[in-house]
Each structure stands twice: as C-alpha cells, then as structure tokens.
Design a protein around this ligand. Sequence first.
Ligand code: 13P
Length: 266
Amino acid sequence: MRNTIIAGNWKMNGTRAEAETLLKELLPLLDPTDNTKIVICPPFTALATVQTVTEGTEIELGAQDVFWKDKGAYTASISPKMLVEAGCRYVIVGHSERRGRFGVPEPDFDSNILAYFGDSDETVNRKLRAALANDLIPICCVGETLAERQANETDAIVSGQTKAALVGVSAEEAGTVVYAYEPVWAIGTGETCASEEADRVCGVIRGAIAELYGYETSEAAHIQYGGSVKPDNAKELLAKPNIDGALVGGASLKAADFAAIIAAAP
Ligand code: 13P
C-alpha cells in the first residue's frame, strides 16, 4: 500500500522571514501520528531557513528545480550535490512553469514565447537522472495544456512526457520517482480537474510506467495530482486509487489550508 505524499511547491514565494512565519504557524497544526509524508519546496534562498525551522519534525525538504551538471560555468544554476548539501531529499523537475508549457504569454513577451524557462522533455530527463544519481527523489511533473485537452491529446501528452522523462532510468529507480499529474489549465486558476478524470489520467501515467517496466514498478510508484488543490477538494482527490498525494501551490502558502490538505489524506 502506497503512503500519501503531500508536497508544497511555494514557487517564487517566501522570503526567509515569511518562510519562518508560515512554518511556525503550520507546525502546531500537524498531527505527529499521521503517516502522511510532507515535503516543502521553498525557493532556493529559503532552503536553509526551512531546514532549520523544521529540524526534528516529519517535514522533508525539496527544491523546485535542479541543473544536471555537478559544477562548472553554468551561471545561476544549482547542482544536485548542492541540494543534497542543503538538506534536500526531493526535487521537482519538469514543472509546467519551467517546461515552456505555461499556457498564457505575458503581455510584454513576444507572442511566440510561451515559456519563461524552456525546459524540454530532454532537459527534464537529464535533470531527473541527475537527481536519481545523487539520491534525490525527483517529483516529475507532466500535464497537458487546455488546447491539448480540447484536441483530445491528454493521454498521449501525459504518457509521452512520462516516458521521455524516464529514458535511461532503471526499473528500480523508476519505482522511486514521484510523478505529478498537473494539468496546465488547472494550475493557479482555481479550476480543478474532476477527481474521476484526475484519477483516470494518473492511471494513464501508471500505465506508461507499466509499459516500460512492468506492473510491479508501476504499482510501487507514487503519483500525485496538482492543480488548484484546496481543503475542500483534497479529500475526494486523495481518496482515488491512482492518486497517492498532492502537489500543492497556492494553498501551501496558507498554514491552515496546507494543514487541512494534509489531514484530508486517507
Ligand atoms: P496551484 O495549487 O496554485 O494551482 O499550483 C499547482 C502547482 O503548480 C503545484 O506545483
């Protein structure tokens, strides 16, 4: 039986002072006997603060991205070893906000630029393998845009992104990866994917893992849903057989909401 993993992706929110305030509100709201795994992914600059404030608690630390090289002339990049040294156990790779699948261009951007950061299937795969090679658990995000959903391409996109992320990854490693189904149209929009559909697409991801590695590996893998997860929809989503957790954006920035989502885990 897979346990539930609830991860908070703070995105570009949280100065060190804000991180400390939020965690001090959150910690007393958590039930220490609960076996739900909790991961917090703050901005790089707040990793040390989150580590210090959560020391001795059940909260584990994650980063929001990683570069695949160990070191070198890669201005502004952070290596897997740096994340391990900073206390990270998890790292998000392939978030749609970094993949170039961020649906709506900024008004002051060239309309051809749909991405801020341009991650591709190939760079996501490199990041995922570099994380695994350094004993970090990747949280690998996949998901379709609204246009792709409307064109009935959801399953092909999600399955294709999953398989592309896993090129060169062993079955044993693939079973330890956390996968996150994040439909791009449901991120930060208040629009949640209906729980039946979210469960179905998480099943598509599990199917893609099974095609590559077999049933056992696919059953071992944790698959989260992400996209406007809130206290009032968390219970229904987390009760679904293929949904083993949530990757929470906006609601992870409110202590009471994040605690309620954690408490909603089966
Ligand atoms: P929201 O929960 O704000 O929709 O964000 C989801 C997400 O992108 C988590 O990685």
